[in-house]
Design a protein. Sequence first.
Length: 110
Amino acid sequence: MIIVFQSQAAGDVIMFGDVAQRMMAIMGKDVADQGIVTLEQLPDAIARLKAAIATDKAGRAGKSEDDLPQKERADDGSSRPFVNLTQRAVPLVELLELSLKKNKAVVWGI
């Protein structure tokens, strides 16, 4: 499954369903096929994602490329190249920040 985060402030952010659900949980949102991050919720959602990014970076600090996972399991049980949380979250943070700046909500699945 693919989930698309959308805002009138910027281009779409497209994620695999399992990754998007993880981002929803980090932002404090219900994991659902449809949802919204309202203008009032944007600052907290941004802060939560940035905190998760900082934790991810700290967890990888001092590790070599060989120490990091090379593959991860997809929703369908297949294997795909590992992508760390920071790489996955940064585009969504950018969308949320632009949306906050332009006073636009962020939605998905609508």
